[in-house]
Design a protein around this ligand. Structure first.
Ligand SMILES: C/C(=N\NC(=N)N)c1ccc2[nH]c(C(=O)Nc3ccc4cc[nH]c4c3)cc2c1
Length: 299
């Protein structure tokens, strides 16, 4: 890290690499003044194949989102630096690492733990959607665990693909008097605005992939369909043996999230009302000052 900004090196000591992402890497760093551990995510501008212009815009939009969001299950930035060729984002360190690695190493995650993580993901995405943000890249690599214990707080990260829903021209048109408006403007309006449903779909795939240990859509000669055809036709395989012992409510949530038509797909809000999630939880609170109540709810 020879070309680090001087003020960055003065404030932080950077040590080993702890995670590697698509566009950059994650390192363990220590804030010199407090000796506190933090995660440093470096995003190299030159890693983006497109012209630097779009790269900078997408990275800057991500930084803007990262600095604006405030929810117990969304990663928070603690500091930020940039040079001509890189962004340096300091984030709260999630000791448990990525959910992806936890799943890779371990056999099936037990249903109550899967439900605890899934509930937190729903609450995080509910917050994003309520703030007009669509994540668009929800996957186990972008879910971080706060500790090595199974019962822990999770946080969603990586807003590189995220989209901020601006007020659209269509919304403004629909506010005016429709005297001269063509019928298709109304019918189009019905389908527009479901872009947030993509996050619900992804969470359905995460639920199957992460908690039942295999992706619902994968290249398999026996199915005779490409992954994209399986997805567009909503054909996914339920390997019965893997679902033994999993509750019918859990299967029902998956079925309703993995609906091809976004208009009938379960929304995040509806998923939170689903019987599988509407159970009493002991609030997950961490010891010490960082105790966070990610939410308790009753039957
Ligand atoms: C902000 C962000 N990505 N943004 C973009 N890719 N543009 C991002 C993505 C993945 C991330 N991973 C982490 C992170 O703390 N990872 C991690 C990985 C392994 C271990 C092991 C112990 N703690 C760990 C933390 C922060 C983080 C931030």
């Amino acid at each position: 890290q020879s070309n680090l900004p001087k003020e960055l090196s003065e404030k932080y000591m950077i040590t080993k690499k702890i995670g590697v992402g698509v566009c950059g890497e994650v390192k363990l760093a220590f804030e010199r003044a407090t000796c506190k551990k933090v995660a440093l995510k470096t995003i190299n501008k030159k890693d983006f194949p497109a012209s630097v212009g779009t790269a900078t815009r997408s990275a800057e939009r991500e930084i803007q989102i990262l600095q604006k969001i405030d929810h117990p299950c969304l990663i928070k930035t603690k500091d930020f630096f940039q040079t001509d060729d890189s962004y340096y984002i300091f984030l709260e360190l999630m000791e448990g690492g990525e959910l992806f690695d936890r799943v890779k190493s371990k056999q099936q995650i037990k249903e109550p733990i899967a439900k605890l993580y899934f509930y937190q993901m729903l609450k995080a995405v509910e917050y994003l959607h309520n703030n007009g943000i669509i994540h668009r890249d929800l996957k186990p690599e972008n879910v971080l665990l706060s500790s090595h214990d199974d019962v822990c707080v999770i946080k969603i990260t990586d807003f590189n693909q995220s989209k901020i829903l601006e007020e659209s021209a269509l919304m403004r048109t629909l506010c005016g008097t429709p005297t001269y408006l063509a019928p298709e403007v109304f019918t189009d309006a019905v389908t527009v605005g479901y872009s947030r449903a993509v996050d619900a779909w992804s969470l359905g795939v995460v639920l199957v992939n992460t908690f039942i240990c295999y992706p619902p859509f994968y290249p398999d000669a026996r199915i005779g369909l490409s992954v994209s055809d399986q997805i567009t036709q909503g054909i996914y395989t339920f390997i019965p043996s893997k679902w033994d012992g999993i509750s019918d409510d859990a299967k029902d949530v998956v079925k309703k999230l993995l609906r091809v038509d976004p208009n009938v797909r379960l929304t995040i809000e509806e998923a939170l009302q689903h019987p599988w999630l509407m159970v009493r939880f002991i609030a997950v609170s961490l010891p010490g000052p960082s105790a966070i109540n990610v939410g308790t709810f009753t039957t």
